[in-house]
Ligand binder design. Structure first.
Ligand code: FES
Length: 209
């Protein structure tokens, strides 16, 4: 996939972080079963490198994302995930046992998402979760861990995101756990649906074209 070779912005883009981003990007693309022939599909949806640097919106064809999988795209030099959540994943987000372990289950920190994503799923539509893939502690890229109860994360792990740098944990709505270094939920960027199959990242829903 054609990617911008510039570093991350915001002082969080050390070379190790960039490498982690690219590693996650490769993993995510592989996870949704996108073969070499389909890589240009995502690349073709992206604006030019110059437009990306200027913050141009990025459009994603969500019809190619398998249930339970996610893709990674680049927006404003940052990785953004688009996760297609299954009904079972959505059900687990409402589990009282999980909610009790979260620091901000109701998204009270308003800076972490647009108002239209300030709901139980932190999204415009429950099925698709769009989030900036940068840990709110020191800017590492967390890993996507949808597996339930893995040995390394514990039997009560319901699926989510795990940051390998200092152990922060987030659920499948990017809500941060209590007792971890990350202070806030992952950031949901502005985005909108252009159609049933296209999501545009970087533009609010009520923006006229
Ligand atoms: S950067 Fe993620 S836990 Fe520190």
């Amino acid at each position: 996939m054609a990617m911008n070779s510039d570093s991350h912005d915001g002082g969080k883009g050390s070379d190790p972080a960039r490498r982690r981003f690219l590693t996650v990007l490769t993993t995510a693309v592989g996870a949704v079963g996108l073969g070499a022939a389909s890589v240009p599909f995502i690349a073709s949806m992206q604006p030019s490198a110059r437009a990306r640097a200027q913050g141009a919106p990025v459009t994603v064809d969500i019809s190619r994302i398998e249930p339970g999988s996610q893709v990674t795209v680049e927006w404003r030099k940052r990785p953004v995930w688009v996760l297609r959540r299954t009904p079972d994943m959505l059900e687990r987000l409402d589990d009282p046992a999980l909610l009790a372990r979260l620091r901000d289950p109701d998204s009270r920190v308003t800076s972490q998402q647009p108002e239209y994503a300030r709901n139980r799923y932190r999204s415009l539509h429950p099925e698709h979760f769009v989030v900036i893939a940068i840990c709110t502690h020191l800017g590492c890229v967390p890993t996507f861990r949808p597996d339930i109860g893995p040995e390394d994360l514990g039997r009560d792990w319901p699926g989510g995101y795990f940051c390998p740098c200092h152990g922060s944990r987030f659920d499948l709505a990017g809500r941060v756990y209590k007792g971890v270094p990350a202070p806030t939920n992952l950031v949901v960027p502005p985005y909108r649906y252009l159609s049933d199959t296209l999501v545009q990242i970087g533009v609010d829903p009520d923006t006229s074209t």
